[in-house]
Design a protein. Structure first.
Length: 392
């Protein structure tokens, strides 16, 4: 995808009509003409047993390398090199082969289903909804399942499918299975679009957005920044309102812990009594116990991001701290972070008031390509954010 020189305004009102976000498909290699969307889906199950972990990693790395070279060639308007690289991508299988390798690499059998991390981090919200959905005698209305938009979905059978607790909408540039809509997130209808095309299941907006190994597929740094900024426009208004979100979260957490508080406090009282017996003449501080549960963080609405670990831990232009600055400028608050040898996972809650506070406090709203982690052997992964417009 060639660098975008015209960036969409961030106002929720009229964004779809005034902006023309750069389509991700414009930077994609041609798909294999011999593989249709429907025909490609069963191929993954047949090929998964024959593609080794090493081979899938090689396919993915090769595809990313060709994509980077293609992005540079387009930026330099090198017509001949563009044709050569597009031919190489087609010969290697194009997006279809990349999706197959990614699906296998992220399969549960290979231990790569990143959605399991998201489910674990959403535990309080999911437990609350599951418990209420199974209760037939609750005097309060049952909570609605979490509305999740999975961007770049490769499978419909991952850990996000939790009856009574979640409803998942899945999109990708090229649908690899029934149940995955073929759509480009950068041109996907906004929830508040006047024509109503952004509604899903008669409602607008989502509680959770998932970008698992998607940002790294966007071939240019500015496009990655545009994608992160655009995510802020897809959350439910009820969740994006900080006061109502927090009040609702407190109620949910109170209900969630009501059934377990008695057991927890009994155990704590027992430990306290044992402690007091052992230290009968101790100080008041030694005898004082704490029966309060730690306050649960507010989770919704939130964005789940997964990136290859080297993009944050071995890049000249991006570090975890720098990513936090970028996300903070958009109104995101970091809730969870996890890094493995291969991947970096993070969960971010969106709060539009934080964006306003950030600007009022003089926080930066533009982030250019700047070397912040010098050294040999590092990669050039970067995220550029250069639009300071505040979303409504």
């Amino acid at each position: 995808m060639a660098p975008s020189h015209q960036r969409p305004p961030l106002s929720r009102k009229g964004l779809s009509s005034k902006s023309n976000p750069k389509s991700l498909k414009s930077g994609r290699p041609p798909l294999l003409s011999s593989l249709s969307t429907r025909a490609a889906a069963p191929a993954s199950s047949n090929a998964s047993s024959s593609l080794s972990s090493k081979h899938t990693r090689t396919l993915i790395r090769s595809h990313h390398t060709l994509q980077k070279r293609l992005a540079r060639a387009r930026a330099e308007h090198d017509t001949q090199l563009i044709k050569d690289l597009e031919s190489q991508l087609s010969a290697s299988g194009g997006l279809a082969t990349y999706q197959l390798a990614s699906t296998i690499g992220q399969s549960a059998e290979r231990g790569g289903d990143s959605s399991r991390v998201l489910v674990r981090w959403l535990g309080p919200e999911l437990s609350f909804r599951k418990s209420k959905s199974n209760s037939a005698f609750s005097p309060k209305p049952k909570p609605q399942p979490l509305r999740i938009l999975e961007i770049g979905a490769l499978s419909t059978t991952n850990a996000l499918n939790i009856p009574g607790a979640t409803v998942v909408r899945r999109i990708d540039l090229r649908s690899s299975a029934p149940g995955i809509e073929e759509a480009d997130f950068m041109t996907f209808p906004l929830p508040n679009s006047p024509d109503g095309k952004g509604e899903w299941q008669s409602e607008r907006g989502y509680d959770v957005l998932s970008l698992s190994l998607v940002l790294n597929y966007v071939p240019d740094a500015r496009g990655r920044g545009d994608m992160l900024r655009r995510t802020t426009l897809f959350f439910s208004d009820s969740d994006s309102n900080s006061d109502s979100s927090r009040a609702g979260a407190r109620e949910r957490m109170a209900d969630q812990h009501a059934s377990t508080t008695t057991t927890v406090n009994v155990k704590k009282r027992k430990r306290k009594e044992e402690h007091e017996q052992e230290h009968e003449h101790g100080t008041p501080d030694q005898q004082k116990g704490n029966n309060d549960e730690p306050e649960q963080p507010f989770l919704l609405p939130c964005l789940f991001v997964v990136l290859p670990a080297p993009t944050l831990h071995n890049s000249r232009y991006l570090t975890p701290d720098h990513l936090t600055l970028i996300m903070s400028s958009l109104g995101y608050i970091n809730l969870e972070t996890k890094t493995t040898s291969k991947l970096h996972y993070s969960l971010w809650r969106y709060d539009k008031d934080k964006r306003t506070q950030w600007i009022e406090n003089g926080g930066p709203t533009t982030f250019a390509k700047r070397e912040i982690n010098p050294g040999g052997g590092r990669n050039n992964f970067c995220i550029i954010l250069d639009d300071s417009v505040v979303p409504d």
